[in-house]
Design a protein. Structure first.
Ligand SMILES: C[S@@+](CC[C@H](N)C(=O)[O-])C[C@H]1O[C@@H](n2cnc3c(N)ncnc32)[C@H](O)[C@@H]1O
Length: 387
C-alpha cells in the first residue's frame, strides 16, 4: 500500500499501532481483492447451479443471491471476516487517535489561520435521523459525536486515517481520488466550464474538496457537512495543507446560502448515506443554489439497473452487514427522473459511468482485475446543468 501523505493533523501511529493497522490492511486486501474471485467462483460453480436445480431458474435479484450465498459456510466465513476487519480497522485507528487526541486538538488550534479559509459551526443543527440511527460503516460515534468539549476533532482524525486504510491507499496519499476524478471529468467533458463559486456537499474531512482548490485556482471553494468534529479537523487539515476552503456545518437538504450562489455543486460518496426522501430534497436544494449555467455532479457507485445480480449483491453487502442501510435503495433511484423533478431539464442531465481502477502490483492478476473491473471499481458521475 502506498504511504499516506503526512500533514500537521494526521494522527501518528506508534510502531505497534502501525503494525496493527498494516495487518488490518493486509487482511482486507486478502478478503476484498484476492479472495473475491473465489467468492464469485463459489457463486457460479455451486450456489447458482444449486439454486437453478431448486427453482428451475437462476437467482433474479440481489436478495435471492444474498439468501442463497448466506447458506454457504465458506461465504459465511468470508462475510464474517470482512465485517470483523471493518471493526478491527476502527479499533486499530481508534487507539492512535484516542492517544493523540489532546495533541491533535492543540495542533488544530495552532494551524489556524494560515491560508485564509474559514469555519462556521452551528451547535443547534439537527443531525438527520438517517445518520443518528446507526454508526455508519461501523465507525464508532459516526461523523458528529463530540467526545471532548474543547474543539474536538476525534471523528475527523478517525475518518482521515480510517478511509485511507479502507481504500487501501488506492485513492492517493490524501484520499482525494474521487475529487480528482470529478475534476478531471469536468475539465475533459466541459473544458469551457470555469466555476467561480464551488460547493462540496458532505465533505467530511475535505479529502475530496481540496482537488477543486487546485483545479479552479480562481474559485471560492465552500464545503459543508453535518459533523462538527469532522469540520474542525477538515478546516485545520486544509489550512495545514495550504488550501483555502470555507467550511460550514449545514444539512445539504436545506442550507443558508442564497439562491443562485454557486456555479458548481458536487458530492462524493455522500448520497448513499442519506435516505431516499433526503436525496430528492438535496437535488432541489442544488437547483435552488445554482446560478444560470451552473452544474451539479454527484459521484457514487453505479445504479443497479443492468448489473448482474451477483455484482449487485457484492455492492449491496454493506447495506446488510456494514451499517450502510441506504446503499441498496439509492442504487434503485431513477437519477434522471429525480433531476427533472428537482427542476432541471431532461436535455441538461448528465450521467456517465467511468472506471476508477488503476492497476497496482498487488492486483495485477488478470482474474482479480476482471472481478474488480466488472463493477466495484466504477463510479457513475451524474447530475445536470441548470439552464
Ligand atoms: C462517506 S462520507 C463522504 C466523504 C467525502 N465526501 C469523501 O469523498 O470521502 C459522507 C459524509 O456526508 C455527510 N452527510 C450525510 N448526510 C448529510 C447531509 N444531509 N448534509 C450534509 N452532510 C451530510 C456525513 O456527515 C459524512 O461526513
Amino acid at each position: 500500500m502506498p504511504a499516506q501523505i503526512s500533514h500537521a493533523m494526521l494522527p501518528l501511529a506508534t510502531h505497534d499501532e502501525g503494525a496493527r493497522q498494516k495487518f488490518v490492511t493486509a487482511m482486507r486486501e486478502q478478503l476484498t481483492l484476492k479472495m473475491l474471485p473465489d467468492t464469485r467462483a463459489l457463486y457460479e460453480g455451486i450456489v447458482k447451479p444449486k439454486f437453478a436445480r431448486e427453482h428451475g431458474r437462476a437467482p433474479q435479484d440481489r436478495a435471492e443471491v444474498r439468501r442463497a450465498m448466506g447458506r454457504e459456510p465458506p461465504h459465511q466465513l468470508w462475510s464474517s471476516a470482512l465485517r470483523t476487519t471493518q471493526e478491527m480497522l476502527w479499533d486499530s485507528v481508534g487507539e492512535t487517535v484516542a492517544r493523540e487526541l489532546p495533541s491533535l486538538v492543540e495542533r488544530a488550534k495552532a494551524t489556524l489561520p494560515r491560508s485564509g479559509g474559514s469555519l462556521r459551526l452551528d451547535p443547534t443543527l439537527e443531525i438527520p435521523r438517517y445518520l443518528l440511527a446507526q454508526d455508519n460503516h461501523v465507525m464508532p460515534g459516526n461523523y458528529f459525536t463530540d467526545i471532548r468539549d474543547d474543539g474536538d476533532v476525534y471523528a475527523g482524525a478517525m475518518y482521515d486515517r480510517g478511509v485511507f486504510i479502507f481504500l487501501k491507499g488506492d485513492k492517493g496519499g490524501l484520499s482525494d481520488g474521487f475529487g480528482v476524478l470529478v475534476c478531471r471529468f469536468i475539465t475533459e467533458r466541459f473544458p469551457e466550464f470555469s466555476p467561480k463559486r464551488i460547493l462540496d456537499l458532505g465533505c467530511t474531512v475535505g479529502n475530496s474538496t481540496l482537488p477543486y482548490v487546485d483545479q479552479f485556482p480562481g474559485a471560492e471553494v465552500h464545503a459543508i457537512d453535518v459533523g462538527a468534529p469532522c469540520l474542525r479537523y477538515a478546516h485545520a487539515r486544509a489550512e495545514a495543507l495550504g488550501k483555502r476552503v470555507h467550511f460550514s456545518q449545514q444539512n445539504a437538504e436545506s442550507t443558508d446560502f442564497p439562491d443562485g450562489f454557486f456555479d458548481l455543486i458536487v458530492s462524493h460518496l455522500v448520497l448513499h448515506e442519506t435516505s431516499n426522501k433526503a436525496v430528492p430534497r438535496i437535488m432541489r436544494e442544488c437547483h435552488r443554489l445554482l446560478g444560470h449555467g451552473g452544474l451539479t455532479l454527484h459521484a457514487e457507485t453505479p445504479p443497479y439497473a443492468g448489473v448482474d445480480p451477483f455484482d449487485q449483491y457484492l455492492c449491496d453487502w454493506d447495506t446488510h452487514y456494514n451499517l450502510e442501510p441506504f446503499i441498496g435503495r439509492l442504487h434503485e433511484l431513477d437519477q434522471r427522473r429525480m433531476m427533472i423533478d428537482a427542476g432541471f431539464k431532461a436535455a441538461d442531465c448528465v450521467a456517465e459511468t467511468i472506471p476508477t481502477y488503476r492497476p497496482t502490483a498487488d492486483v495485477a492478476s488478470e482474474t482479480v482485475r476482471r472481478s474488480l473491473d466488472k463493477y466495484g471499481s466504477k463510479r457513475t458521475i451524474w447530475g445536470a446543468f441548470k439552464r
